[in-house]
Design a protein around this ligand. Structure first.
Ligand SMILES: [Mn+2]
Length: 393
């Protein structure tokens, strides 16, 4: 398991060199079917009414292009029984929330060749110990605030933000979700500096205060029955003007890429939750492999239009790239329309080949999706491992 998780970051470390990397982390519950007499070794998830495991993953994304560069680090576990000591009375290292900090710290090593890193977490990652201990030069944090906080001067953080002037407005398209239709939302923007006071339940080894930037975006005049958009984004980045405040909002919006990865693992590609493997130990390993495969699928789908200049090495090693080139000749069509239009050794070129292996006809009128890429990858990785084996015979 350790080796599988280590392996997540190997190619990512190389791909990250010289870039500003958004290191986006989140947790997803993987639900497996069990019966009371057959739990497959799996602990409780959700509200305790289902069984499965938890996948915490961090993905690296190029801040300028949105290209997914690979997985960075993470953790996969299943719960053993129920914890009886209340959350507040446990030291951080005994809480599951420790993962937000340890994964961010691991990113410092894996992404050491990046020019800048911004770790992005949803509200669960709003932990004082993280704000107080993780950031470093060119290593930033950006997290949506979980709850109001007391500032060093005793004031409420949210009330303080409300006293700042509105510096800009914008109208954005909000996509439809199960619980709400698509709409246009009018947003107002404020930002400023805040000095957080160490909460009472935080370790007294941590600094008494931490200074951060707070960017608030809030929807005005929302339609009736709709919960208005309201984000308080805390970050270690300096924000001195309206453009950099919107930049923070835009980086935070990239968080959906990790949600997309989880969808690829579960419902939109790999159907991991349908696995029939019987033991938790093997399901944990399968999940680590599925996460890596989901990243490759995402990279291939992202590259299919040929608009990026990303190299094939973001997803494949040198041996695999040689094999891709060998297979490519077999799939060159009789017509120009059916030939690989992308520069060799690019990710777009690899994407075209994998899609062909997955059953795509090569005509640009249809675009290969995640399922096609999954089939192509499965075939390709099978051939690659047979090739590896035969080489040494
Ligand atoms: Mn989350």
């Amino acid at each position: 398991m350790e080796a599988l998780l280590e392996g997540w970051g190997e190619q990512t470390a190389v791909a990250a060199a010289g870039r500003h990397v958004l290191a986006i982390q989140d947790t997803s519950e993987i639900n497996f079917r069990t019966q009371p007499e057959r739990r497959r070794g799996l602990g409780e998830i959700g509200k305790g009414n289902s069984h499965g495991l938890l996948l915490h993953a961090m993905a690296a994304v190029d801040a300028a292009s949105d290209a997914c560069l690979g997985l960075v680090a993470g953790k996969i576990w299943t719960r053993q029984g129920r914890v009886t000591v209340p959350h507040d009375q446990r030291p951080l290292e005994q809480k599951e929330s420790e993962r937000w900090i340890s994964t961010a710290n691991r990113a410092k090593q894996v992404l050491s060749a990046a020019t800048m890193v911004t770790v992005i977490d949803d509200r669960e990652g709003d932990i004082y110990a993280k704000w107080a201990s993780v950031s470093a030069a060119n290593f930033h944090l950006l997290t949506r605030s979980m709850h109001d906080r007391v500032l060093a001067d005793g004031a409420s953080m949210y009330a303080t933000a409300a006293s700042w002037p509105i510096v800009d407005t914008a109208t954005i398209d909000v996509v439809a979700r199960a619980d709400r239709p698509a709409r246009q939302a009018k947003l107002v923007l404020r930002f400023g500096r805040v000095t957080l006071r160490r909460p009472q339940n935080a370790s007294s080894n941590l600094p008494k205060t931490v200074e951060l930037t707070l960017v608030e975006v809030v929807e005005v005049d929302p339609p009736a029955d709709v919960e208005p958009l309201h984000w308080y984004l805390l970050t270690t980045h300096d924000v001195n003007d309206v453009a950099s405040a919107w930049q923070i909002v835009n980086w935070y919006k990239k968080r959906w890429i990790i949600e997309q990865l989880f969808r690829l693992i579960k419902t939109q590609g790999l159907q991991l939750e349908d696995s029939r493997i019987e033991t938790a130990d093997r399901l944990l390993k399968l999940t680590a492999i599925a996460a890596k495969a989901a990243v490759m699928i995402l990279q291939l789908v992202q590259a299919r239009d040929g608009r990026s200049a990303e190299p094939a090495s973001n997803a494949f090693n040198q041996e695999q790239i040689k094999l891709l080139a060998a297979l490519a000749t077999k799939y060159e069509g009789r017509t120009k329309l059916q030939s690989n239009p992308h520069r060799p050794q690019t990710l777009a070129w690899a994407s075209w080949i994998i899609a062909r292996l997955g059953g795509w006809d090569g005509y640009p009128r249809t675009k290969p999706g995640p399922i096609t890429m999954r089939h192509g990858l499965q075939y390709f990785l099978g051939v690659a491992s047979a090739w590896e084996t035969l080489k040494d015979v």
